[in-house]
Design a binder for this molecule. Structure first.
Ligand SMILES: [Zn+2]
Length: 361
């Protein structure tokens, strides 16, 4: 992956729209281009078996080529030309160019929300224009060197349908212009009934404390069906605790991890199994070299069902060969308020490499 050189975008932003657009050519506005990365991720059959989720909890698992083919059958010839064959509709002809209603714009092929009405602006280009995507995980970027130009193509992250191109002459706060084809989009007005493919997944939340949260977060994040794992503090008496307070004063908080998951892809029971594989539930207020009640083993439940399942799981585990001679001391209680840890604790192993000395499930 490589960042798009701003200079290239500056030059090429005149290309597609030459003669049709009064450009505001001021490279660097908003600086949003720094966040843009090329990606080779696409809808390969191999990847379709690995669930992926966006930060806003949409299922963005790449569609297989068969799924794309089936969905393409419902499209018009013009939609197929644009979405599947990277076509461009005539400027000032798209049916969504002058749409000012409140709602969001989804991929016409797979239904994934791509842009919201609150980021739409009138660029004068003749194509619907937005300054940021609905969720950055819903868009992929590829370098496009066709027509003798260097441009940045934007594609749907779930189906790789062609959407349009990205330019560096948009308004604040990003300075970006996502130049779209109406043919690639389906508009849903606010309040309208949505098809399942355009809705976020129904998520469930679980909390686990099992020693240093860096490693626990890292392990849960890798479980297929887990949408997000976040490090934090839970179970103590101090509001908005800092890491320093949790380490050096008597806050009563445990280092805990909030796990948001898709119950259709992974069960709570499976998460309990992972939890008991990656820590030692028999050492009171301790995990290996880490000693103190912040490292205690605890399950904080979010429903009566989770509470019952956690209790039953521990009763079962206690009678297993692994634990029959060692008492499980894991605390179970309905989840108290969870305080997210400081940003530098999040995705710690992802950012810094390495891993804690805990087993991988
Ligand atoms: Zn799509």
């Amino acid at each position: 992956m490589q960042p798009i050189p701003a200079a290239i975008l500056f030059i090429t932003s005149t290309a597609i729209t030459a003669g049709t657009l009064a450009l505001n050519l001021q490279p660097g506005i908003g600086g949003g281009m720094d966040d843009i990365e090329f990606s080779t991720i696409g809808a390969t059959d191999d990847m379709a078996n690995k669930p992926r989720y966006s930060k806003s909890a949409y299922d963005i698992t790449p569609l297989t080529s068969d799924e794309i083919k089936t969905r393409a059958e419902k499209l018009t010839d013009e939609q197929r030309r644009v979405l599947l064959n990277k076509g461009t509709e005539q400027a000032f002809c798209g049916n969504l160019l002058d749409n000012h209603k409140e709602g969001f714009y989804a991929c016409a092929l797979c239904g994934l929300p791509l842009f919201s009405s609150d980021s739409k602006f009138d660029s004068g280009s003749g194509w619907p224009s937005f300054f940021k995507p609905f969720d950055k995980d819903h868009i992929h970027y590829e370098s496009d060197n066709s027509l003798g130009m260097q441009r940045v193509e934007i594609l749907c992250a779930r189906c790789t349908g062609h959407l349009g191109h990205l330019f560096h002459d948009g308004p604040n706060p990003t300075g970006l212009r996502y130049c779209l084809n109406s043919e690639s989009l389906t508009f849903f007005e606010k309040g309208e009934d949505l098809p399942a493919e355009s809705m976020p997944v129904a998520t469930e939340t679980a909390y686990f404390a099992g020693g240093c949260f860096w490693g626990v977060e890292d392990r849960f994040q890798a479980v297929p069906g887990v949408i997000d794992a976040v490090s934090g503090y839970q179970g103590g008496t101090v509001n908005n605790p800092t890491y320093k307070q949790v380490c050096y004063s008597d806050t009563g908080h445990a280092e805990s991890v909030r796990v948001v998951f898709d119950p259709k892809r992974v069960s709570y029971r499976s998460l309990l199994e992972v939890f008991f594989k990656i820590h030692d539930p028999t050492t009171l207020n301790r995990q290996g070299p880490d000693i103190g009640d912040q490292y205690r083993s605890a399950i904080f439940t979010t429903s009566d069902e989770q509470l019952a399942q956690a209790k039953a799981y521990i009763a079962e585990a206690q009678n297993s060969d692994r634990f029959k001679s060692r008492k499980i001391v894991t605390q179970i209680e309905p989840a108290p308020k969870f305080y997210e840890a400081e940003e530098y604790h999040q995705d710690y192993h992802l950012k810094h490499g390495g891993s804690c000395q805990i087993p991988t499930p």
